[in-house]
Design a protein around this ligand. Sequence first.
Ligand code: ADP
Length: 476
Amino acid sequence: MRRVLSVASECAPLVKTGGLADVVGALPTALAAEGVQMRVLLPGYPAVTAGLGDARAVMAIDDLFGGPAQILSGQAAGLDLLVIEAPHLYARPGNPYLGPDGRDWADNPERFAALSWVAARIAADGVEGWRPQVLHGHDWQAGFMTEYLRRVNAGDVRTVMTIHNIAFTGPADPWRLNALRLDPARFHSEGYEYWGAISALKAGLIGADILTTVSPTYAEELTTPEFGMGMDGLIRHRRTDLRGILNGIDTDAWDPTADPAITPFKTGAGKRANKAALRAEMGLPEAEGPLCVIVSRMTHQKGLDLMLEALPALRAIGGQLALLGSGDPALEAAFRDAAAHDPDIAVRIGYDEAMSHRMIAGGDAILVPSRFEPCGLTQMYGLRYGTIPVVALTGGLADTVINASPAALAVRAATGIQFAPVTTDALSGALIRLGQLWQQPKVWARMQRNAMMQPVGWGESARAYAALYAELGAKA
Ligand code: ADP
């Protein structure tokens, strides 16, 4: 068994703010089938330590960025976890990154530097006689692990850094250099300096042996100024080390035939009860047109402002909208306002896992108009539940949906609708096309069947990660 330590700031089902947690939580099981033993290193937020079963202390650290820490080894939700118990850093309620005022905790650079620090210690010393062969870090929170590896004797441990979203660069002011235990000689443009600040993500991107991101199209996009967020030069430089490996979804948690949150169904036609239930729950009237759903963080990235502007097109095809999400207060208010003025629009502000299942099961179509989308998961949930995805042609949305072009319809391969560029006009056009397909029940049913049959699990991607670890091992 190849030994890999996954280093991450969130992990479903214990702590989740987005798709990153789903991926970190799913990989160990998917990889076990490929001969990889993956343990996950996590910060000990209250939600994580509470979920940990019989844990034992396997390492003690006197001073982990301002206080003592213990590393606990235990199991939760079928995962093999190493948890950093460091109350001075992590014993805070709520969101892993934000304080009660909705702002980043001021010491976030140190809180996640600590995560990387412990990863390097485990790489060097092992725990319980177990030493990883590969450290696999996720996003900026794990970025400094390669810097810290330079200071320990970790022998032949190799590193992989996965970019789930390059928009989060993990910035810190230069005066923190010492506090972050970084080598000041490496604070320059070829090092971890980024526009005058320290960037944890950049540290990972320059230091890791292999870089991956979560879809082939996003890998290409990252090399361009439009999507690379100032890191595109570096990414171009490392292009041969960058792989795009598509995320899968948890096909057990998202199984329309056995989902405890819904009325289970086998075919697209079987959605009826769920659609009726969703309409009732959201207070939407019966309607002839398609019921469109959105489950999303409400941020600029997700293009929901475009959706507000495209509502006339949605209403022109007789469509309804049900949205579940939270985020930017201005967007929340604008959607609430739209719902207040139109009985065919319903909005729930909040985060609700069970409800997200009812939304996807009850919808006819799921809308994902993101300006950029490294992979995206909800369009894949949609595919699996016969809920036709209408998506921007970007990132993983480009790689997971087969657009209902004339060619794809002719060979009966279409699974959804894609639009480009990401503008109100193009989104409106996509909604008009949705209405036209909706008017052709046979074509619609065929798309639903195709969608529900499309593989969206981890199988192929787990094999790709396992092959990557094996390749790194061979080079060691
Ligand atoms: P991102 O990671 O950028 O937020 P993804 O599509 O990769 O986008 O993953 C989002 C995940 O979070 C999905 O599992 C989605 O179902 C879930 N999600 C987002 N918003 C909500 C919400 N308001 N309630 C429940 N689940 C949500």
